[in-house]
Write a protein that binds this ligand. Sequence first.
Ligand code: DUT
Ligand code: MG
Length: 242
Amino acid sequence: SLTINKGAVEFKNVSFHYPESDVPVLRNLSFSVKPGETLAILGSTGSGKTSLFQLVPRLYDVTEGEVLVDGKNVMNYPIEKLRKGIGVVPQEAVLFTGSITENIGWGKEDATSDEIISAAVDAQIHETVEKLPNQYDTRVGQRGVNLSGGQKQRLSIARALVRKPKILMLDDSTSALDLKTEGKLLKALRTYSCTTFIITQKISTAMEADHILLLDDGAVEAWGTHEELLNTSPLYVKIVQS
Ligand code: DUT
Ligand code: MG
């Protein structure tokens, strides 16, 4: 049966509204991303960035149009095969009650200790873990050690990386990281050669991407590289200057 091989993603005339409402949240989106490319998604709060993300691993289904992965409609994949190939790092990092190892390996119970550490190194959280009272055995979550927002984000990124996803989706997951740490993280991500969707508020992050998608009220306001958007999108220029 179908599995994700390359990680190409295409949106074809995609519109979406949540089941409980008729208000369109995404309106006629069309774009495509080749395997291994990075797409940065920008847009003001409520513009539909998280909603767009959810359509790829089918946390919600489109109401119109198609989402294709490797040229095939996501509706045709067995859902567990689809989700196995996609690493989603949610906007609010979720920690489970358990050890650091269990938190990184969650959903991939066969991960070896080396794989866990290597994911943590790439997610730029290894050094922090080493300083905890019981390193990778340290308990987090309920009655566990407290981690900062940025540390939780990086654990959550490590959890996605350990699965070696073909498609990695980061929902504002680097918002609490300083520029230097974020730079190291983005560099490490390149070694995974996965297709990467990265929702961000930072122009510095967007500039590094192969494509930028600027969403405005659920529609594509602009698509292109940083240079292209500077020339074509007054809204992008406004964001850059703000
Ligand atoms: N919305 C719902 N139901 C939900 C989630 C969101 O109706 O379960 C609405 C709120 C908003 C629109 O969908 O009007 C888009 O929300 P989304 O969360 O996709 O926006 P965002 O771009 O991710 O905003 P933020 O930057 O605040 O995360
Ligand atoms: Mg969001």
